[in-house]
Design a protein around this ligand. Structure first.
Ligand code: 6PG
Length: 251
């Protein structure tokens, strides 16, 4: 990974242990942020890996902190209705936001149901309006949760196109051929403005990509997750033993 990133790698024995570690990371960083700054803004990841952590948070961490002071954003979204089973928002609503009784006013979803380009522009405006900004006016999220696909994609930055395309923007609406649909995604510039970027990766299907990212791939076009290099330097990987298989076999 980029030398400048103060990345750290936590290996968990199982996907269940990873879910617990991710839930604890969210609560720990939220508690610290609320104490330090009185606010905590988190961008939720889509996909299945974080779902177990969301479910844990919704079931066992209701009293862990004052969730009314937390604001919820998204790193990416499928271009579907919020009620669609493919919707990252729907997954978060069912597993996390509903069980924690988060009011709609504290949840800033990407509008996958409208024209993608319009939704991207609108979400960039939401980020600018709702978040504090760095000197260069890039909005700052306190914690950005992400996953990684077997092909090295993250958020909806997929291989085959330069993930830095449109990096002057905060949000993009690429057509993703591998999933034959449009997506909405934060750009690397927006992602890397996060104070903490945490990637949760589990399962043997991710082992080859993880090995490539840590021990080989330098081209973000083939492994877009390579673009992650938070300005803060705080990049954290939570991976399970199965996803580490190739890395551990080769070391
Ligand atoms: C999405 C996610 C995507 C996801 C990876 C890993 O909308 O699907 O943002 O980037 O994090 O595809 O997904 P899994 O956790 O399901 O393997």
């Amino acid at each position: 990974m980029a030398a400048r990133a103060r990345h750290n790698l936590t290996v968990l024995e199982s996907e269940t242990a990873l879910a617990r570690a991710l839930a604890d990371l969210v609560v720990g960083e939220a508690t610290a942020a609320l104490a330090a700054r009185g606010r905590f803004a988190i961008a939720l990841a889509g996909g299945s890996t974080p779902k177990a952590a969301y479910t844990l948070l919704g079931r066992e961490y209701v009293q862990a902190l004052d969730w009314t002071r937390v604001r919820f954003f998204f790193g990416d979204e499928r271009c579907v209705a919020p009620t669609d089973e493919q919707s990252n928002y729907r997954t978060a609503r069912e597993t996390l936001l509903g069980p924690l009784s988060i009011v709609d006013a504290h949840v800033f979803r990407m509008h996958g149901e409208i024209d993608p380009a319009h939704a991207a522009r609108a979400y960039a405006d939401v980020l600018r309006h709702e978040l504090p900004a760095a000197d260069d006016a890039v909005p700052i999220l306190d914690l950005v949760l992400l996953g990684m696909g077997p092909d090295g994609h993250t958020a909806s930055l997929f291989p085959g196109t330069d993930p830095h395309t449109d990096d002057a923007e905060l949000v993009r609406a690429p057509y993703v051929a591998t999933v034959a649909s449009y997506r909405l995604t934060l750009t690397p510039r927006a992602l890397n403005a996060g104070r903490i970027v945490a990637i949760a990766t589990a399962g043997a299907a991710k082992a080859a990509a993880l090995h490539a990212v840590f021990d080989g791939a330098t081209d973000p076009t083939t492994h877009p997750i390579r673009v992650l290099a938070p300005r803060s330097g705080d990049l954290r990987w939570l991976v399970d033993r199965a996803a580490m298989a190739d890395l551990e076999a080769r070391r």
